[in-house]
Design a protein around this ligand. Sequence first.
Ligand code: COA
Length: 320
Amino acid sequence: MAIVYGDRAHNVHLTGTGRFLPPGVITNGELSRMVDTSDEWIVSHTGIRTRHIARGLSVTDMAVGAARAALECAGLAPQDIGVVVATTVTPERRLPSLACDVQANLGIANAFCVDINASCTGFIYAVDIVARYLATGGAKHALVVSAEKLTDIMDFTDRTTCILFGDGAGAAVFTASDEPGGLLGSYLAARGDGGAALRCRWDGCIEMDGHEVFRFAVRALPEAVGKAMALSGRDLSELAYAIPHQANRRIIDAAMRRCGIPPDKVAVTVDRHGNTSSASIPIALDELNRDGRLRPGDLVVLVGFGAGLTYGAVVLEVSD
Ligand code: COA
């Protein structure tokens, strides 16, 4: 599905970002004592050196931390928010939703709340959905929060998966306004017939065909970037940053090369966080924002892929 945000009643701006990374860290050395692997193998095949682990913290704790930071960054009170969309593949329980837990913890009294699961593409899907809602006058401010406790669904005897994933949360606030700029275009897609390549097995732990996922990712990311950029009406040469889903440094490098995006414009956090599924893009977005690297007028593409198989991209111009 694709849309040009041309028929909108309002523009939709990114007005706040936040992240929460739990203090616990697992190094490659620690993993080497659990499974038959090595720091050298993990770094050369994935680029990952460390990942966070939420010892004694729930996925809700992390989501609340990131959401609180994003609200503060936006300068908004909880009651200003009209929509909360949470994304996670590791909810604490089937119900109530993570979005309702975030609402309850932060007193976001005037919002409706819903979770979506598009796996690692969750943040991109959520941004597109809330943008359309805000653009047509459904609310003034929306909170998207993506939180994942992937160490809960890791088989720490399987060296092909347990080295890749980590825990964390990222959040963003979006605001409807008549100022120009903001979200300019988006493209979402899914290939459900490829779902067997990456899924949870009978005991709830992740299993995957790493080669198949790799092949999918290096095709899907350029397709999504190309489609979203075309819909935005802007040229790739105008990009300030690309923020790809952080799954594997080799996937990022290969896909961005195929897109024609130079390495100095690509946000990379996978070395420090591993793959935090739907949280990886908003965490990287918040890092850029708080480091002062995002300037008003900057053009940014966010692009993700994941289980489903799902993929998609969003193009936005950074607001004042
Ligand atoms: N440590 C040491 N050796 C390992 C290992 C590990 N952690 N994991 C696999 N190996 C071994 C394999 O058993 C294989 O050994 P063999 O040649 O004796 O059979 C060898 O290393 C090469 O394995 P291979 O699977 O070909 O490596 P790769 O270069 O494809 O890298 C992944 C494996 C998983 C890192 C890579 O395929 C990948 O990142 N895929 C995408 C996964 C992903 O991002 N999933 C989430 C998407 S949201």
